[in-house]
Write a protein that binds this ligand. Sequence first.
Ligand SMILES: C[S@@+](CC[C@H](N)C(=O)[O-])C[C@H]1O[C@@H](n2cnc3c(N)ncnc32)[C@H](O)[C@@H]1O
Length: 247
Amino acid sequence: MNRTYWEKIAPDYNVEIFDVLANDNKGLIRKTINRFASQQKTVVDIGCAIGKWLPLLSPGFKRVYAIDISAKNLDIAKKIYPEYKNVVYSRVNMSDPKAKLTKCDFAICINAILTDSLRKRDFFFGNLKKCVKKNGYIILVIPSLESSMLTSIIRNKWNPDKDAPAFISKRKKHRQLKNLLEGNAEIDNVPTKHYLKEELELLLELEGFTAEKFAKIEYEWTTEFLRPPFWLKEPRPWDWMVIARKK
Ligand SMILES: C[S@@+](CC[C@H](N)C(=O)[O-])C[C@H]1O[C@@H](n2cnc3c(N)ncnc32)[C@H](O)[C@@H]1O
């Protein structure tokens, strides 16, 4: 998952990429952003893509820094939302240790740290602290490894879509094992980093944040299976949302 990948996806972003805002049925992320919103505060949307969160951020904050690695995504966002005059767009690679970043009072980073490259993730996490002022907050939404494992276990046992491949394929076993040990799970054949709650807590602590609250952003089972069995209700699949304070 490099810049080329995100640039290529940009024109079909709405079809290709899961919409967290639309699927957050309880509106937990929205409510949390509204709780931090203030006309005296600045906010940065890290990995803003085509700007789905801007209608919430722009009216709620003094200034919004919308940053993304993809120039095409930023161009689309600018075109969709010409009315938001307090948004400053910039192309930034968060995995570049020399990235130029503006410290804000508040930050959101929603399903953006997905790369399967540990090196790129380390730089990305390192840059998070350069985005947030002391005692400022960040909302991070991240794919859950626990949820992904639950889906795998259900697929392996009940095979709701009758299409489950062999759990460990002979041909791919080395890659599958490596992915499993690193917390990468494939989404549409793309190895995508998923996180354990405790892993996230540790990563944030090491970068100078205190994870104050974790919540599950829960989705419908139809996001995982075409035909989920009628009895499959709770628990639902989820992403982790963490609210962390910069120390
Ligand atoms: C799955 S999309 C999520 C977009 C948006 N936050 C949302 O919730 O709709 C991930 C976004 O992160 C961006 N991204 C990935 N790696 C990045 C990096 N190293 N620096 C900045 N943006 C990055 C991608 O270009 C993409 O737009």
